[in-house]
Design a binder for this molecule. Structure first.
Ligand code: GAR
Length: 216
């Protein structure tokens, strides 16, 4: 079966991009990254793509007159690359409704919280302030509403009493690097369907044990 052609949109470090690149480099993985696009010329993730031999493009949002013009340019590059799927990986730009509509069901994001909790920015700060003992990350389809589309997969991590934003972010990030490739694999294998805002993974297996924190 043909591999899913994936474009990854980044704004910075690109550690999730790296996780996707590594997965796509595994034999038999059902997706390939055909384009990495950054809105920031200095995004460190661009080097990760170059090292992996993946084409990169920079669209500096500052040189566009409007959000619409920026998204139209992005749409053009994605179509030229014949992307089947767009993965947002630390892409810190709001997308226009037109763009989201055009890529509906073919646009996914990773967010550093257990949605619908802690949308937006500073999710680890939000989790610490709320006093939750379990936090995590979510891969979801992107819809017009911010951080609200159908959820593909989530991972939970414990919050430790002595955590600060950095330690918690690091624990969540490790989980991000596990679930983003997983979601991409399922999409590439054609195992994902959505009904009434709920995603089903065919032949998916439910996690067996609840994470209870504190444990005793
Ligand atoms: C990740 O933690 C990702 O979940 C988050 O930005 C970080 C990017 O790191 N994304 C968002 O907050 C989107 N709203 P990375 O560049 O190393 O992948």
């Amino acid at each position: 079966m043909a591999r899913l052609r994936v474009a990854v949109l980044i704004s910075g470090r690109g550690s999730n991009l790296q996780a996707l690149l590594d997965a796509c480099g595994e034999g038999g993985f059902p997706a390939e990254i055909v384009l990495v696009l950054s809105n920031r010329p200095d995004a460190a993730g661009l080097d990760r793509a170059r090292r992996a031999g993946v084409p990169t493009r920079i669209l500096d949002h500052k040189v566009f007159a409007s959000r619409e013009a920026f998204d139209e340019a992005m749409d053009g590059l994605l179509r030229t690359a014949s992307a089947d799927l767009v993965c947002l990986a630390g892409f810190m730009r709001l997308l226009t409704p037109g763009f989201v509509q055009a890529w509906q069901d073919r646009l996914i994001n990773i967010h550093p919280s257990l949605l619908p909790s802690f949308k937006g920015l500073h999710t680890h700060r939000q989790a610490l302030d709320a006093g939750v003992t379990i936090h995590g990350c979510t891969v979801h389809f992107v819809t017009a509403d911010l951080d609200a589309g159908p959820i593909l997969v989530q991972a939970a991590v414990p919050v430790h009493p002595d955590d600060d934003e950095d330690s918690l972010a690091a624990r969540v990030l490790e989980a991000e690097h596990r679930i983003y490739p997983l979601a991409l694999r399922w999409l590439g294998e054609g195992r994902i369907s959505t009904e009434n805002n709920r995603v089903r993974v065919s032949n998916g297996t439910a996690a067996i044990y609840p994470l209870i924190n504190p444990a005793a």
